[in-house]
Design a protein. Structure first.
Length: 499
């Protein structure tokens, strides 16, 4: 059986703990690979390698860093399909979706290529007699990233390219459910010329995570995952004196006003709710229909959802793949089965779905729940699967109040033809990312990604300017130099002494 080992110091390092985790092909249910799970001692060894590499990388020129990053960008582009195939094999998402993930990660690599502009400081001259003040930003040292299973390439690329561009060295702890993409990213970085030890990949479970959170030589931790774990990461790492950005879960709403283009809204709801099998923190999981349009909108969503083809991710005709594990599939199904008991109308029931020839895969169909109540489990919890809830509101104000009452505040969207209503919504809604007739408002790389409330713990969003600020710290230098004309007697610098 294939084994995924660690990548430390620019080379593969075999796991020494004796502990391994299974990696499953979600389309078949078969265990295809095992991944080494690091001990606390192995985590410490990787940190020491990164700490040693920082001594030179942290002092390297911006020209040297960007040279590597431009070469890395070219290699990633040339290996898009290979990376996507690894994602599909271990995560299960369809190949086109995996390619899209790689493309969104590449945006941040491209941002990192322009780090020379992003790290420019500030200078104020003559703030006092012969006194200048400069503000500069410097790297932190060794930083770590803990990333989720749903985007095994994109989310790591939201972190380490900016971190190393800023002069830090990096320890990546990817999800143990689909670890191969992370190793491929690190291998390509080394091929691009990134010095050994600057980017390291340590695989593991809670043991490895806890070791990272407690390690005295790690200056900052980036995390993307569920809200309970994000809260734990933030609390624990902060208590250990680390800078933390911890992105949590979501319950993203789409408010549809009576004047909206209902065909466009239905198309958007289907793609945003069921794309990537709903396993993404920016999925639309709740549609709030305002006024009399609800019945028509639900019917349009149902018509479209029934046409989605579900199958293995490596089948070019598949539009949605399986879920990551059988246990997660069963948990998602439980919300659908319990929805009717809590007052919802089950318009589409995707539980019990199978694919011919792949009966042991982690399959589930698309589910659509109407008339969902705000106190039901299907609404309150982040399901993280292809389940769309429809709620009804009589007015715009009622819909906004419903959305703002959610403990999550990651992303939200409004569908309307009215610019005034859209303007009010973007100012009144309590969420970090807002779409206007855009169902999944993930910002481009040069803007920052992050939510509000229980969707983010820490002060910094990820990538963009926030990401650069997170991976650097400011320093202000105040300088006074004597005028050369005031040189001591006997020292002639060629300046007149008649000033």
């Amino acid at each position: 059986m294939k084994t995924v080992n660690h990548w430390i110091g620019g080379k593969t390092v075999e796991g020494a703990s004796g502990n391994y985790g299974p990696v499953t092909d979600p389309a078949t249910g078969e265990v295809t690979t095992q991944v080494a799970l690091a001990s606390a001692e192995e985590v410490d060894a990787a940190v020491q390698v990164a700490k040693e590499a920082y001594l030179s990388w942290g002092q390297s020129s911006l020209a040297a860093r960007t040279k590597v990053l431009f070469a890395y960008r070219a290699l990633l582009d040339a290996n898009r399909d290979a990376i996507a195939e690894l994602i599909t094999a271990e995560h299960g998402k369809v190949h086109s979706d995996a390619l899209g993930e790689v493309a969104r990660g590449l945006e941040i690599v491209e941002l990192a290529c322009g780090i020379t502009t992003q790290l420019k400081g500030e200078l104020s001259t003559s703030v006092s007699n012969r006194v200048d003040v400069a503000a500069i930003r410097q790297p932190l040292g060794v930083v770590a990233g803990i990333t989720p299973f749903n985007f095994p390439a994109m989310v790591p690329m939201w972190m380490f390219p900016l971190a190393v561009a800023c002069g830090n060295t990096f320890i990546l702890k990817p999800s143990e459910k689909d670890p191969s993409a992370a190793n491929k990213l690190a291998e390509l970085a080394t091929e691009a010329g990134l010095p050994a030890g600057v980017l390291n990949v340590v695989h593991g479970d809670k043991v490895a995570v806890d070791a990272l959170l407690a390690h005295p030589d790690i200056a900052a931790v980036s995390f993307v995952g569920s809200t309970p774990i994000a809260r734990h990461i933030h609390t624990t790492a902060s208590a250990n004196g680390k800078r933390v950005q911890a992105l949590g879960g979501a319950k993203n709403h789409m408010l549809v006003l009576p004047d909206a283009d209902l065909d466009a809204a239905a198309d958007a709801a289907v793609s945003a709710a069921y794309g990537s099998a709903g396993e993404r923190c920016m999925a639309i999981s709740a549609v709030v229909a305002v006024g009399s349009i609800a019945d028509t909108l639900v019917e349009k969503i149902r018509e479209r959802a029934e046409k989605i083809k579900i199958g293995p991710g490596n089948d070019p005709t598949s539009e949605m793949g399986p879920l990551i594990t059988a246990a997660h599939r069963d948990k998602v199904a439980s919300y659908v089965k319990g929805a009717a008991d809590q007052g919802a109308d089950v318009v589409l029931d995707g539980t019990g779905y199978t694919v011919d020839g792949f009966e042991n895969g982690h399959w589930i169909g698309l589910s659509l729940l109407d008339n969902v109540k705000t106190d039901s489990d299907a609404y309150r919890d982040e399901i993280f699967g292809p389940v769309l809830c429809v709620l009804r509101a009589e007015t715009y104000e009622e819909g906004v109040a419903l959305i703002n009452a959610s403990p999550f505040g990651n992303g939200t969207a409004i569908f309307t033809r009215d610019g005034g209503a859209a303007r009010r919504f973007q100012l009144e809604i309590e969420a970090g990312m807002v779409g206007v007739n855009v169902p999944i408002p993930v910002p481009v790389g040069y803007h920052s990604f992050g939510g509000w409330k229980d969707s983010l713990f820490g002060d910094h969003h990820i990538y963009g300017n926030d990401g650069i600020h997170f991976y650097t710290r400011g320093k202000v230098v105040t300088t006074r130099w004597p005028d050369p004309a005031d040189a001591p007697a006997g020292v002639d610098l060629g300046f007149p002494r008649n000033h």
